[in-house]
Design a protein around this ligand. Structure first.
Ligand code: PAF
Length: 277
């Protein structure tokens, strides 16, 4: 396993792999890895012969008042976890390497980027789409793997790939959960012991909707008790919505394939999760 910080060095190594007809798989991350990321690495391994994991905390996807400076980082630990997964290359560039002249060009997937998380994080998804496209151009992978926990991000990236005729396949990895159901996320480490316990209500409420939605005539009515469950447990609901799984437009009624997505604050920490009916 090699860790490289320079684009040129990375591309030289990747050319060697390509010369040996190895298929390249990319797992983009912001580091502080957990079992969820590692499951994406294993998925990439199943679909490619040379696995590249990028570790880059991308300033362009954080709003002014968000957690960019305190976002957890531990490159040494990340490298040791990835070594155990037999990753071929880690790409961990600095901000200067990625944005040497600042950033004037953005990719925006219109519509999808402004819904759900896009309401409280208006520039977030253009930051994500831009860095992901840059990583695709730098690495030129055959496949790239993203987690289903970030459902809206996954949809936006798939749409960008389609709209821009990018020549790679996007593969989605299942959400990995803690024993009490909380979706694994690097941001879980911000929670204190009380909030960590409370946060399990997110998945509990999503499962409740999946089980009970048939008892309600509209999505709004099915979501209301789940919203109350979250509030009673101490969460502040940013959104809890039932949407069409392809367009993210609100669903009038919850049925098969409807996606229910949630963003909930515990203290200052905002967590997201989703379930497909
Ligand atoms: O999901 C993430 O960790 C980030 O949004 C990504 C895809 C690595 C882009 O910075």
């Amino acid at each position: 396993m090699q860790t490289v910080t320079r684009i040129q060095t990375l591309q030289r190594r990747l050319q060697n792999a390509r010369d040996q007809d190895r298929r390249i798989g990319l797992v983009p991350t912001m580091g502080f890895l957990h079992e969820g990321h590692l499951s994406l690495v294993r998925l990439a391994r199943r679909h490619s012969d040379c696995v590249v994991v990028s570790i880059f905390v991308n300033p362009a996807q954080f709003g002014h008042n968000e957690d960019l400076t305190r976002y957890p980082r531990d490159l040494k630990r990340d490298c040791s976890l990835l070594r155990k997964e037999h990753v071929d290359l880690i790409f961990s560039p600095g901000v200067q390497e990625i944005y040497p002249d600042g950033l004037r060009t953005f990719v925006e997937v219109a519509g999808l980027s402004k819904l759900l998380c896009g309401v409280s994080r208006p520039d977030h998804f253009r930051g994500v789409a831009t860095i992901v496209l840059k990583l695709f151009n730098i690495v030129e992978p055959d496949i790239a793997v993203f987690g289903q926990k970030d459902y809206q991000q996954l949809l936006i990236i798939r749409r960008m790939v389609r709209d821009l005729n990018l020549k790679l396949r996007i593969i989605a990895g299942k959400t990995v959960r803690e024993p009490d159901g909380l979706a694994m996320s690097s941001r879980n480490m911000y929670l204190n012991a009380r909030q960590r316990k409370q946060a399990a209500v997110i998945y509990r409420s999503l499962k409740w909707i999946k089980k009970n939605h048939r008892d309600f005539r509209t999505a709004a009515r099915a979501l209301a008790p789940a919203r109350n469950m979250i509030i009673r447990a101490g969460g502040r609901v940013d959104y809890l919505e039932a949407v069409n799984p392809d367009t993210l437009m609100p669903a009038r009624k919850i049925k098969r394939r409807t996606c229910v997505l949630a963003a909930v604050y515990f203290g200052k920490t905002r967590l997201i999760d989703n379930i497909t009916i």
